[in-house]
Design a binder for this molecule. Structure first.
Ligand code: FES
Length: 373
């Protein structure tokens, strides 16, 4: 039920401050207040950032763009950053991270969701989320930024990596960036090219922008008869790309390929990248060892091992820790280490400071551990 329009919800938010103070002070429960406020409008909340779906639009065979309108708690974000979206599935709260392809000061924002085989959250968003439905928004993260002083920018996207790069590109062009920009979008088949119309409009409007699709399926011919296959330096030569700054976004394997090329090319800090699938975590070198796991808040204890992440081991014990990316980026799974030590599976660093926040998805126990879960 909606007794007031969404525009009023956004205006009313500052007036909720006394309620927030009462919730922070423990005098009132946020969930009770939210239930009462929900009678007025489902997006009216004491603290939570909620958003309503304004529009659904297919932008590729397997990608749906969602325009959302956030309530007044939304603090805004830079295009190219990614946000956590929360959904409840069969009583389990799930979250996934999506890049912002657009973000406006009036609380309107756009993300794009790629349908994935077996993807629980993407299937729900793509198939069931309707215009008018609400979702909860969590933390915003991501450090990709436009190199505004560059003499030329190369954008390398693979699959849904286009979403983050499209966000930064649109903003840069709107702000008057006029040096050459070349975008190479790697997709398996032509149907997976996303935002084709929008990219064509950008090319027509901004003569400094060149967009090329590169098909990785050997059966698909390149649209311009040039580059084909997985990313290779030869593609840049074929297209005559010159750029002093590079932004790359895609699955871990793609980003690793680009990083290897950038290292040989001596790009150093001129390369910014973001991977949206878990990187290959090096195997733990220590011999397999049984360890004791204590989950303090759940009052549970279990026998685990020093090989797997604490997120996997907690889930195996039936716990439901919050998670998002499962690759150490989004911080959704952050939890306090209360005792013992853990190894960061990405860097190998051992963390043993009691009270230290750790990311469960990339932390494995070094010995017996206690965590605040
Ligand atoms: S789930 Fe994203 S950091 Fe662990």
């Amino acid at each position: 039920m909606k007794l007031i329009p969404l525009a009023w919800v956004r205006r009313l938010t500052p007036a909720l401050r006394p309620l927030r103070v009462a919730v922070d002070g423990g005098w009132l429960r946020g969930s009770d207040l939210d239930a009462c406020l929900g009678v007025v409008h489902p997006l009216l909340k004491v603290q939570r950032v909620m958003a309503q779906v304004l529009e659904r639009r297919w932008v590729a065979d397997d990608m749906l763009a969602l325009t959302l309108h956030a309530n007044g708690h939304w603090q805004g974000a830079r295009p190219g950053q990614h946000l956590q979206l929360y959904l409840e599935v069969d009583g389990v709260r799930l979250s996934r991270s999506y890049s912002l392809t657009a973000s406006n000061a009036d609380g309107r924002l756009e993300i794009a969701v790629q349908r994935k085989d077996g993807g629980r959250v993407s299937a729900l968003l793509v198939e069931r989320l309707a215009v008018g439905d609400t979702v909860e928004i969590g933390t915003v993260a991501g450090a990709l930024h436009w190199p505004s002083q560059a003499q030329g920018v190369l954008l390398l996207a693979a699959g849904s990596g286009i979403t983050a790069l499209l966000g930064v590109l649109r903003e840069a062009l709107a702000q008057g960036f006029s040096a050459p920009v070349t975008l190479l979008h790697y997709v398996r088949t032509p149907g997976q090219r996303a935002f084709v119309e929008l990219l064509e409009q950008l090319q027509q409007r901004y003569t400094n922008v060149q967009v090329h699709a590169v098909f990785t399926d050997p059966a698909c011919k390149a649209a311009d008869g040039t580059a084909r296959g997985r990313f290779a330096a030869a593609h840049l030569d074929q297209l005559g790309v010159t750029a002093d700054q590079v932004l790359a976004c895609g699955p871990a394997g793609f980003v690793e390929r680009v990083s290897a090329w950038a290292q040989i090319a001596g790009l150093g800090e001129a390369l910014q990248f973001e991977a949206f699938t878990p990187p290959h975590l090096p195997a733990v070198q220590d011999a397999h060892q049984a360890v004791s796991l204590r989950f303090a808040r759940s009052h549970q204890q279990a026998t685990g091992d020093n090989q797997r992440s604490l997120l996997e081991q907690a889930e195996a014990e039936g716990l439901r820790p919050a998670f998002g990316c499962r690759q150490g980026i989004c911080a959704s799974c952050t939890c306090l280490l209360l005792g013992g030590a853990v190894r960061d599976l990405r860097s190998g660093a051992v963390l043993r400071e009691p009270g230290q926040p750790i990311r469960l998805c990339v932390s494995a126990p070094v010995g017996d551990v206690e965590i605040d879960l």
